[in-house]
Design a protein around this ligand. Structure first.
Ligand code: KDG
Ligand code: MG
Length: 402
């Protein structure tokens, strides 16, 4: 089964998506998500200029070999752009394999370990009361796990908070805009938010929170300790974990579970975090972390150290990635939770999907392969619009992690 040609489809139904479509001489095609928020065109160029010419003529059945051709075979390897491209190739090849064999992806991964994948929703608000009302709305929709983010008093902007009535969307049209940040105000506010959330909704609801890389290790240790009485399901990205050893400090001060990895792209970003059991959940998604082929290895490695998955699933990861993630979530033993931010309705004008939500969980139907398709004519109605993620600056003017 030879690869004959490929297309990179860039569209913007509300937000940008990059989709790789790989065609074979058997009439079967596969889709992969190549979206890298704010850096879409870099991945398009990497695919078109470097990967697709080298894919033509290869046997689409040999996924492992193709993966290593693009990873091990590249002298200058790793990094988010190269790995987003490789992840899309890998997802498209697994999609082709499933379609060629007439079976859903989860079946190729060992079958189902569970019927539904527990998800967490995003509740947010400009302040504490709005955020708590949002928690209530998601709880009423049956969500068992809810991430809570709220605007910090006297800080003009806060990540993770919905603007207007749609889904949370941090990328804005044009070049990166700046947002303000203040660590002391945040550290005073966050424990109060979760105290109130527990008082309002009780102990059963699973509560999550994303720090978005904003703290130094000792500040993160303080927050994790202050949040301990409220029994979070997880505290995400308390520090920018480029320095994996920094998590030793956080860990030694608190039993609040830690989730890290949405910006990682290979197993090598995690080795210390996993082998020293410095995290509880790993978030590297299929579409940025080398696809099914690499995530199978990372998830298996993590399972040996009792680390579970909690894949990134924000709206900047396309329906192709979300569907593939659900297959993976249903199949592996050490699944923990899946992030689920509903795509805007307009996204369904371009993508047809195979997943459904019920009672706090997601599942997929038995459509062969990943089970998502793209309508190229409709995609063409929504041309690419340049958009960028924000940049953060502390109130004293210091440029900070966004
Ligand atoms: O592209 C960046 C977003 O995906 C990110 O800001 C969302 O932190 C995020 C999350 O946990 O979903
Ligand atoms: Mg996050």
């Amino acid at each position: 089964m030879r690869i004959t040609h490929a297309k990179v489809i860039v569209c913007c139904p509300g937000r940008n998506f990059v989709t790789l479509k790989l065609f074979t001489d058997q009439g079967v095609y596969g889709l992969g998500d190549a979206t890298l928020n704010g850096r879409e065109k870099a991945v398009v160029a990497y695919l078109e200029e470097h990967c697709i010419p080298a894919l033509i003529g290869r046997d689409a059945r040999n996924i492992e070999d193709i993966w290593h051709y693009f990873y091990r075979g590249a002298y200058f390897r790793r990094g988010p752009v190269a790995l987003a491209a490789l992840s899309a190739i890998d997802l498209a090849l697994w999609d082709i394999k499933g379609k060629a064999l007439g079976t859903p992806l989860y079946n190729l991964l060992g079958g189902k370990s569970r019927q539904t994948a527990l998800v967490y929703a995003h509740a947010s608000g400009k302040g504490m009361s709005e955020a708590l009302e949002s928690v209530g709305r998601f709880r009423d929709l049956g969500y068992k796990a809810i991430r809570v983010q709220a605007g910090v008093p006297d800080v003009p902007d806060t990540y993770g908070v919905v603007q207007g009535s749609g889904a949370y969307e941090p990328a804005k049209r044009g070049i990166a805009h700046e947002e303000a940040w203040d660590t002391p105000k945040y550290l005073r506010f966050a424990p109060k938010l979760f105290q109130k959330a527990r008082e309002t909704y009780g102990d059963e609801l699973l509560l999550l929170h994303d720090v978005h890389h904003r703290l130094t290790p000792i500040e993160a240790a303080r927050l994790a300790q202050d949040l301990e009485p409220f029994r979070l399901f997880w505290l995400e990205d308390p520090v920018a974990a480029e320095l994996q050893e920094s998590l030793r400090l956080v860990r030694s001060h608190s039993t609040t579970p830690i989730a890290i990895g949405e910006v990682f792209n290979t197993a090598f970003d995690f080795t210390t975090l996993i082998t020293e059991q410095l995290i509880d959940y790993m978030r590297m998604p299929l579409c940025h972390g080398g696809g099914i082929t690499h995530l199978q290895k990372v998830a298996a490695f993590a399972s040996l150290y009792h680390v579970q998955t909690g894949f990134h699933g924000a709206t900047d990861l396309s329906p192709v990635n979300l569907a593939a993630s659900i297959h993976f979530d249903l199949a592996i033993n050490n699944f923990g939770i899946q992030e689920y931010m509903l795509h805007a309705d307009i996204v369904r004008d371009v993508f047809t999907t195979n997943y459904s939500y019920a009672d706090g969980g997601l599942t997929v139907d038995d459509t062969p392969g990943i089970g998502v398709d793209i309508d190229e004519d409709r995609a063409a109605k929504y041309p690419y619009q340049m958009a960028s993620l924000p940049v953060a600056r502390k109130l004293d003017g210091t440029l900070w992690n966004w």
